[in-house]
Write a protein that binds this ligand. Sequence first.
Ligand code: ATP
Ligand code: MG
Length: 224
Amino acid sequence: MPVERLATGVGALDRLLGGGLEIDNVTELFGEAGSGKTIVCVEAARRVALAGRWVVYIDTEGLSVDRLSAGTADRLPDLLRHLLIATPKSLEEQTRAVRTGCGLARNRKRPIGLIVLDSATFFYRLTLGADTEDEGRQALTEELGLLVATSLSELVPVLVTNQVWRNLRDGSLEPLGGSFLNHAAKTIVRLERLSGDRRRAVLLKHRSLAESSADFRITTGGTA
Ligand code: ATP
Ligand code: MG
């Protein structure tokens, strides 16, 4: 039987993913700044929240309410009620937020329909090359381990975003987070900026789908 999917609301991405995010594992979106990672997270969170399930949204980027509420008009109270937002200011706080979020899914007091970690690697990136690099790697490993286990046991889809570094050998943009993150995520999508408001989603890893790509546009209300 095919794994149940959660549609993100970004039509091109959902088609690429055979209907949406698999509910029993971690999906990683990576791409350069402005490639649309947060847009996908916000669209998916809005859909889940407005359908009456709760979203654990761990935001390291300072997401604005304007952005979350765009296009929801009079449903804003309903939307905000179902968003459990954490705004960690360090990697330690991020790890605590992941523990708490996974705990909420596991205690089943509220139906959690999605866990978002945007971005998984903002604070981790700051440890690279510093004395705290080992701790940074350990923290990310713990977080991803918890998210993988929670998704699998609670059947809650997890969406994590990842930043990129430029590989100077060939100029390509590679995901951060080391091999552990890329092993932990069972689905990996690269988002690319095309010209203007056009974006491309490239499916690089999936348990049951071949590599492929699809284009979409960013609009004032979200995506098209
Ligand atoms: P980062 O790595 O910096 O977090 P990101 O991949 O999360 O980047 P997004 O924030 O999802 O990127 O996408 C931002 C892009 O979408 C920018 O190019 C921005 O100009 C565009 N954008 C954001 N809101 C709107 C809007 N309402 N209408 C049109 N374009 C928008
Ligand atoms: Mg972002």
